[in-house]
Design a protein around this ligand. Sequence first.
Ligand code: CO8
Length: 258
Amino acid sequence: MSYENILVETVERVAVITLHRPKALNALNDALMDELGDALLRFDADEAIGCIVITGTDKAFAAGADIGMMAGYSYMDVYKGDYVTRNWETLRRVRKPVIAAVAGYALGGGCELAMMCDIILAADNARFGQPEVKLGTMPGAGGTQRLPRAVAKAKAMELCLTGRMMDADEAERAGLVSRIVPLAELRDEALRTAATVAGYSLPIVMMIKESVNAAYESTLAEGVHLERRLFHATFATEDQKEGMQAFVEKRAPAFRHR
Ligand code: CO8
């Protein structure tokens, strides 16, 4: 598949996907989402890649689903899943870690896309919001579900009901983003973070991602049980032997399964 709405590149073991509809503030249309889904699955299957970064421009990560595209859709268009809703959940199938590097607007579907990623790094000019209510619709890609889990109910409810945007400082205080970095350093910092993750044992990193995600979809007892089983499973890997042996021998580990 050739890409017209995203740019892809690899930097050693890190894949970078840049949303690329700058004139429309990276509004997410069906073509872009098809391409993003294709690229994500391709990098997830690529043994040379250990971590994926999704980013946008300095002005917008993504200003939401493409309103012009959606404006004329009927109930049946969207319900049948041929339009708008197709390919939005592809990101959830990715087993390698995905980092959202967010500068500028992350609104509506753009905010939801960032929240589907495993880590959100925010530039100091980032702005997050779920303004769908202003358009006579509502979040449709997890905004009403993931935002309350990230920032608690009161703030999520306020953002969804008023359409107010929150800046990077507020988003960090609320727990939506892991860190804020100066805009000029966002890309380098995202690459550095991704390279750190990609330098570890890939199966171990995948187990950690699976286990942390289980915290959102299970009871505490179920989550702790899964964590214990995955912890046990790490002892079946060569990389656990190597990691611990390297520590004992006071040397850097050379993980085999990267
Ligand atoms: N869709 C389409 N085009 C857009 C969008 C968008 N979401 N956002 C911006 N654009 C376009 C503008 O139309 C404009 O195009 P043009 O130059 O041709 O007129 C260009 O981008 C630049 O935008 P502005 O001139 O408006 O730039 P400003 O800096 O003045 O304003 C804003 C920036 C505040 C971000 C403003 O553009 C804005 O409010 N955009 C809309 C934000 C929004 O409402 N987003 C939510 C959309 S609905 C949604 O995301 C539902 C998700 C459901 C997913 C369900 C899947 C399962």
